[in-house]
Design a binder for this molecule. Sequence first.
Ligand code: SDX
Length: 429
Amino acid sequence: MAEVAKLIIDGKEYELPVITGSEGEKAIDIGKLRQVTGHITIDPAFMNSGSCYSSIAFIDGEKGILRYRGVPIEELAEHSNFVETAFLLIYGHLPTKQERQKFSTGLTRHSIIHEDMKNFFNGYPSSAHPMAILSAMVGALSAYYPNVTSADVTAEEMDENYVRLLSKVRTIAAASYKKSIGQPILYPRNDLSYCANFLHMMFAVPAEPYVVDEDVVKALNLLLIVHADHEQNCSTSTVRIVGSSRANVYASVSAGICALWGPLHGGANQEVIEMLQKIHDEKIPVSKVVADAKDKNSTFRLMGFGHRVYKNFDPRAKILKASCDKILSKMGIHDPLLDIAKELEEAALKDSYFVERKLYPNVDFYSGILYRAMGVPTNMFTVMFAIGRLPGWIAHYKELRADANAKIERPRQIYTGNTLTHYVPIDKR
Ligand code: SDX
C-alpha cells in the first residue's frame, strides 16, 4: 500500500504521497498541493524542502555520512584520486582502466586555453579577486565552444565540454594567480598529472621549472576529492536552477562559482584563515573568540563552524584535520594557525552554545591550513574549492539534462506588499 500523509484544511482531508529514498529518507510529495488545496508551502532558504531527485551524493547529517555514488568519502580519500573521483561523480561508476585512460587523455588534451582568452587577463587589475576572474572566464568559454548553446548538441559533444571545463578550470585559476603577482601565465605540461599540472602552472617560473613534490600532489588530490560534491548546497542548487532554464553548462557553472564565493559558503575557507591569522597576530585569547561567536550583539561568527545539514562531525573536516598533522610534518612545516584551530575546536566543542546547536567544524575549518602549506595564497582558497566542486556541478548539470521531465525551476512566494494601489500623479503626492 502506498504510504501517504494526511493534511486537513478547513475540515477537508487531503492525502499526499510519501516518497522514500534509497537510504530511507522520507519526503511528502506536494507536486499537486496548490492544484488540490489552493495552498502552497513556504520554507524560506529551503530548510525543509527537497528540490529534486538525485543519485549523485548522499549525506546523513545526523550520522556524519557522505558518499559519492554510494562510495564513502573516507574510502575515496584513502584510495582514489581526484580524476577518478570526478569520473565517478559525472558518470556514476568508478572508471575501468580504459575509461580512466581516455578521461585522463582528454583532460591533458584540453588543458590549454584559447590564446585570445589570455588577453582577458590583461584587462583585470592585479588586485582583482580570482573568483571574479574565474566566474567571468568560465562563462566566456561558451563563446569558444558554441556547440553547448545548440539544442541539438550531442552527448559526445557534451562529454567533451565537461572534460574541457574540468581541465581548463586549472589553467584559468593558475593564470589569475600569475596575473595577480605579475608573473607570466604558464602553459600546461602534457607530461604531468591533473594536480601536478595545476601546481606547475601555479608555482613554476620560466627560469625554474616546478619540481613535483608527491606529498603536495597527494594532499591536493585529497583536498579536491573531499570538495567534489555535496548534494544540494547553495552553489550546486544554483547550477541546477540556472541549468533548468536550458542555459549552457559554462553559464550554469559560472553562476555556481558566484554562489560559492559567499562567505557563508565556499568563501568561508578564506575567512577561516583570516580569522586564525588575526587571532594569532593580535594574540586574542581563544576564550574571547568563543565568547564573541556566542554574543548575539556581535556579527562575529566562528568561521568554518556549523553546517545546514551536518549536526554531527562533517566527515570531511575529520579527514582534513587528520591530514594536516601528517602532511605538515612530512613537509617539515609547523603552522601556528593549526595549533590555534585545534584549540578553538576543543574550546567550542566543550561549550554548551555550540553543543546545543550542534555546531561542529565543517570542511572549511582545516582546508586553508593545507592550502597555505602548499603555498596557495589565501585569496585563491575559494578558487580551490571551485576546482574541487566542479565535478559535482557538472554531474548535477548532466543529471538535470538527462531528466526528460525536468522543468524550469521557478518557486512561488507569499506576497506581503501593498494591496491594490492606484497611480498618483507627482503633483498630487
Ligand atoms: C560550506 O551546504 C553545504 O553543503 C555547504 C558546504 C558544501 O560542501 O557545499 O558544506 C560548504 O559552505 C560549509 C559552511 C561554510 N560556512 C561557514 O563556516 C560560515 C560559518 N557558519 C555559519 O554561518 C552557519 O553555520 C552556516 C551558514 C554554515 C549554516 O547556517 P544555517 O544552517 O542557516 O544555521 P543558522 O545560521 O540559522 O544557525 C543556527 C544557530 C544560530 O543561533 P540561534 O539563532 O539559534 O541562537 O547557530 C548559530 C546561529 O547564530 N551559528 C553560529 C555559527 N553557525 C551557526 N554561531 C557562531 N558561529 C557559527 N559559525
